[in-house]
Design a protein around this ligand. Structure first.
Ligand code: COI
Length: 364
């Protein structure tokens, strides 16, 4: 193996969560993490696995002021035969490269992310949950920590990977699917053309929190963003991409505007639907078209897709204070089939007919 990251094992392992059906999302963290540094003139260096612990950061570090950072989201799964696998990590590598380019963060060698993930999971493999709907969530992130208030790219960065045994973001406790209420946000915006919408950066989410908090007033779990220019076309949901089944067509916002996060689950949903012969279209879809479809009975399903959200069906949209029912609030058959197939492939209970899984070289 090309990389050989030194490991410092914890002397104080944490108790494991007792009930895997109540993990929630990213509430527990494993015993180890991966850390690597970047210095201008040296490049990325000193990748290592160390005990998961608070890190020291100088208060004048640029990330704390100007948010030069990025993150990724991936998951590891344990197959019924005990082996461990990732899902399409090559897509995370490509997205990470695009985000780094947008954020002026120095690029990583293409094979580094997966090697680092493998190294840290090797230490914490016993943390991978196996209850239905669970996985080991992997959160790689990079931040600039040069001591500087100049609004310029940092000269020093840290790259960390932390791990969390987790259920899906909106999931019911039993790991099954349930529907959520989503608030259509028509005042604030998430991303505009030329902005960072397509990149995986904290600012996209930090800037959305005001809207998510408003959504909660309407008993909604998250927001459906509309486009920044006309506040008319559906874009994505707070944590995930959004799909709408109207009649026999499944529609999602196209990536062309640069305002949509290119989700790996989004791409997998599109490919699976095409494989099954379902008409799937990446196009502009106005909120008025969605409301009209709800009124005339052609709105069959809405669901969110994401690494954290997996497939999360939506039972109600709230728009301007009025509830728009989606398929009587029930879990739709497309969402259910997608969930069963995707999560089945990810966990190794459904044959990987798309060639998406990536076995880790870790002993059971
Ligand atoms: C993921 O799905 O991995 C994400 O990063 C979404 C996160 C905002 C919860």
């Amino acid at each position: 193996m090309k990389y050989n990251f030194p490991v410092t094992r914890t002397t104080n392992p944490k108790p494991r969560p007792q009930d895997e059906t109540k993990l929630g999302f990213a509430r527990y963290f494993t015993d180890h993490m991966f850390v690597m540094d970047y210095d201008e003139g040296i490049g990325w260096h000193d990748g290592r696995v160390v005990p998961h612990a608070p890190i020291e950061i100088e208060p004048a570090s640029c990330v704390l002021h100007y948010a030069q950072m990025m993150f990724e989201g991936m998951k590891a799964y344990r197959r019924p035969d005990g082996t461990i696998q990732l899902f399409r990590p090559d897509m995370n590598v490509k997205r990470m490269a695009r985000t780094n380019e947008r954020m002026c963060i120095p690029e990583l060698p293409d094979d580094l992310l997966t090697a680092a993930v493998e190294a840290v999971i090797n230490e914490d493999k016993d943390w991978i949950p196996t209850a239905p709907g669970t996985a080991l969530y992997i959160r790689p992130f990079i931040f600039g920590d040069e001591v500087s208030f100049s609004v310029l790219p940092a000269k020093h960065y840290r790259f960390l990977i932390i791990l969390s045994p987790t259920g899906s973001y909106y999931a019911a406790n039993d790991g099954g699917l349930s529907t959520t209420r989503i608030y259509v946000q028509d005042e604030y915006i998430r991303a505009a053309r030329g902005g960072t919408g397509y990149a995986k950066v904290g600012g996209n989410y930090g800037g959305g929190m005001r809207a998510s908090q408003d959504a909660m007033k309407y008993n909604c779990k998250d927001v459906l963003w509309l486009d920044a220019q006309e506040h008319k076309y559906v874009e994505e949901i707070g944590t995930s991409n959004a799909f709408f089944k109207i009649g026999d067509e499944v529609i999602t916002a196209s990536l062309e505007s640069g305002t949509i996060l290119p989700g790996i689950t989004r791409d997998s949903v599109i490919q699976l639907l095409k494989h099954w012969g379902v008409k799937v279209t990446e196009r502009k879809l106005s909120i008025d078209e969605v409301i009209e479809a709800s009124e005339n009975g052609t709105l069959k399903e809405i669901f969110a897709s994401g690494t954290a959200a997996v497939i999360s069906p939506i039972g109600t949209l709230n728009y301007k204070g009025t509830d728009i029912p989606v398929a009587n609030g029930k879990v739709g058959e497309t969402a259910q089939k997608l969930y069963d197939t995707l999560y089945g492939i990810q966990t190794g209970t459904v044959e990987d007919f798309m060639g998406w899984t990536y076995p880790l070289n870790i002993n059971k």
